[in-house]
Design a protein around this ligand. Structure first.
Ligand code: DQA
Length: 141
């Protein structure tokens, strides 16, 4: 089984981006923890980060993986195009947020993309990605 982890805009600067909200780990550090769990679970993890909506959509539209675990970041609250792309993907989808978007500003409380996902994990920090992988593996198996 192969799972694709997608991180959207501004998640390339994790670690130095508002660490009180998003934590002090870099994306590379988070991804190496995910890679370790993937190894333990006997599955493959691939990683894609972009600050560009179209690049993320291009990656989803060519994805051959069994599932996508995505933190759409700011696009969560705005992107119908990203939602449509996730909707068309023929595998398991989990949306992850580091912070609890429901406990933040009003504009963050709604997700345009979440209805295209099988599940949403929000507010568990980087552990959310690992939780999503565990869920995805058991759902897809
Ligand atoms: C985020 C929450 C979004 O509102 C924000 O724009 C992000 C990160 C999170 O992981 O908590 O960039 O998706």
């Amino acid at each position: 089984m192969r799972f694709l982890f997608i991180n959207g805009p501004n998640l390339d600067i994790l670690g130095r981006r508002e660490p009180e909200i998003y934590g002090s780990e870099s994306l590379e550090e988070i991804n190496s923890g995910i890679r370790e769990t993937a190894g333990e679970l006997g599955v493959e993890a691939e990683f894609f980060q972009s600050n560009h909506e179209g690049a993320i959509i291009d990656r989803i539209n060519t994805a051959q993986e069994d599932g996508i675990i995505i933190n759409p970041a700011g696009l969560t609250h705005t992107s119908v195009a990203l939602k449509d792309s996730l909707e068309a993907f023929n595998g398991y989808v989990c949306e992850v947020h580091l912070s609890n978007i429901f406990a933040r500003e009003e504009f963050r409380k709604s997700s345009v993309t979440a209805s295209a996902a099988d599940g949403v994990i929000s507010g568990f920090g980087s552990r959310g990605y690992v939780m999503a992988l565990e869920a995805a593996v058991s759902e897809v198996a």
